[in-house]
Design a protein around this ligand. Structure first.
Ligand SMILES: [Zn+2]
Ligand SMILES: [Zn+2]
Length: 145
């Protein structure tokens, strides 16, 4: 969760892309889908769902678009120099985007609320047992990948 009015700064590893995110978040989830694994090289990625207008970005991220599980297009935005992932957008209602929590200057300031795409999770990845877990997406999310 990111509270309403909370302002968080972030950026890529090399600093070429910087951004400012303003709360409230719609959701904060740990996504274990295969595409997130491939795109990040990790077991899961932590995403902060916000409306597009809540992200102010400096610099021009590179993009990569493919089809999400639901068939809609999913675009990943990342730094062309260091490869750092910034956010994901796609064919999702309400024009919301998902910021990679690990790109925040202080990722500890967000609190994950759920685990999604558990069906793709790897055996060595572990999650807070208190978090609600969903085999695919959380019903109120429209996270497509
Ligand atoms: Zn960079
Ligand atoms: Zn995912």
């Amino acid at each position: 969760m990111v509270d309403a009015g909370t302002v968080l700064d972030g950026g890529c590893l090399c600093g070429e892309i910087r951004y400012r995110l303003t709360g409230p978040s719609l959701f904060v989830s740990q996504c274990c889908c295969k595409d997130c694994q491939k795109a990040t090289g990790t077991g899961h990625t932590t995403i902060v769902g916000i409306h597009k207008s809540q992200l102010a970005i400096e610099g021009t991220p590179k993009t990569y678009t493919n089809s999400g599980e639901s068939g809609g297009s999913v675009t990943r935005h990342f730094c062309g120099t260091c490869g750092g992932r910034i956010f994901t957008s796609g064919d999702m209602p309400g024009e919301f985007i998902m910021v990679q929590a690990g790109s925040l200057d202080n990722p500890s300031l967000v609190t994950p609320e759920s685990v999604i795409y558990l069906k793709d999770a790897v055996a060595w990845d572990h999650f807070d047992p208190a978090l609600p877990k969903f085999e695919i997406m959380q019903p109120r999310d429209n996270h497509t990948s």
